[in-house]
Ligand binder design. Structure first.
Ligand code: ASP
Length: 316
């Protein structure tokens, strides 16, 4: 049996992983499978931390970050703080084909996307605007921290020709400052992949993930022979301890990893859901819970998935 595989952050990735894994099973390329899978998540209005329906910054504007990396050529493309374009992942992928100007931000990214015919769309949904209004009120009345609610979709895939790629897409931190960029479009922090080793990608508090270049760190640990599970959990645990030692606290950090044999693993310092599919495992949602230095991984029950669907569509 030929190897292929796919892993992605958060339960919101399940439909995308199902689509992408069908493509990988049929012998299609990992780059195409990832783009299609991430587009599904970007387009789905009830996923509130990616693409259309993503939660806005403190000025009520949806600013999106995305990146794409090819494990064979090490090509990278990324956009940050881009507004009003439907599929940031496709813009990032297109940029990865270029020699220069591969990481564009704000107005520059928008002008590139416009000139290259990418679809424009107002990305602020009525639902996201209402959530923003409610949050502004809560912050004012209850003196709450504004930064609550994020999640990046990160996907790594290996195809039957043993090529690998990684993709990330996010609206970043809810209520972020205008122009704030997290780890997701930053190579080595939010993502990294090398056909000769494997790939990793991160979700959580970008400000902390960037301090440890954690995706690159996980790939380097796999290079030394660690399994994806050991590499990802070891990197998250070690760096969380380091942050606590130096700064008194560590943000939420979760990492998915896939090696070039199609084996996957995850590391997390908080309850975290992810999706994976291989030739021997149907696409599934898993729940990972850190307990005493270990991580417990269970398959999400149908009831859990039903409750999740109901929650994300509930009225605001
Ligand atoms: N890492 C993302 C950011 O900081 C958010 C997340 O993945 O939860 O923008």
């Amino acid at each position: 049996m030929k190897t292929w595989g796919m892993i992605a952050t958060w339960r919101m990735a399940i439909e995308g992983v199902t689509l992408g894994s069908e493509m990988l099973k049929n012998g299609e390329k990992c780059q195409d499978a990832l783009e299609k899978a991430v587009i599904f998540v970007e387009d789905y209005p009830f996923y509130k931390s990616v693409g259309y329906g993503g939660l806005p910054n403190e000025e009520c504007e949806v600013e999106l970050d995305a990146a794409f990396m090819d494990g064979k050529t090490l090509s990278i493309g990324a956009v940050a703080s881009i507004k009003d374009f439907k599929n940031p992942i496709s813009i990032a992928r297109k940029l990865s084909a270029d020699r220069y100007n591969i990481f564009l931000v704000g107005a520059g990214a928008e002008s590139y996307a416009h000139k290259n015919g990418f679809v424009r769309q107002n990305m602020l949904t009525e639902r996201a605007r209402k959530t923003w209004e409610l949050r502004v009120k809560e912050i004012r009345e209850k003196n709450l921290s504004p930064y609550d609610g994020h999640d990046t979709v990160c996907m790594i895939a290996i195809d039957q020709e043993k090529d690998m790629a990684v993709a990330t897409s996010t609206s970043g931190l809810f209520m972020k400052k205008k122009g704030r960029v997290g780890d997701s479009p930053v190579s080595g922090s939010g993502f990294y992949v090398d056909n000769e080793i494997g790939g990793a990608a991160a979700t959580g508090l970008g400000e902390d993930i960037m301090k440890g270049c954690l995706s690159y760190e996980v790939v380097q640990r796999m290079k030394k022979g660690e399994t994806p599970q050991k590499a990802a959990q070891g990197a998250v645990d070690d760096f969380s301890k380091e942050l606590i030692k130096r700064r008194g606290k560590a943000g939420e950090i979760s990492i998915v990893a896939l090696n070039n044999r199609g084996e996957w693993g995850i590391g997390t310092n908080v309850e975290f859901t992810f999706c994976a599919a291989t030739p021997t495992e149907q696409p599934k949602v898993y729940i990972a819970t850190p307990v005493n230095g270990e991580v417990k991984i269970e398959i999400a029950s149908e009831e859990y998935m039903r409750a999740y669907k109901e929650k994300i569509q509930r009225g605001i």
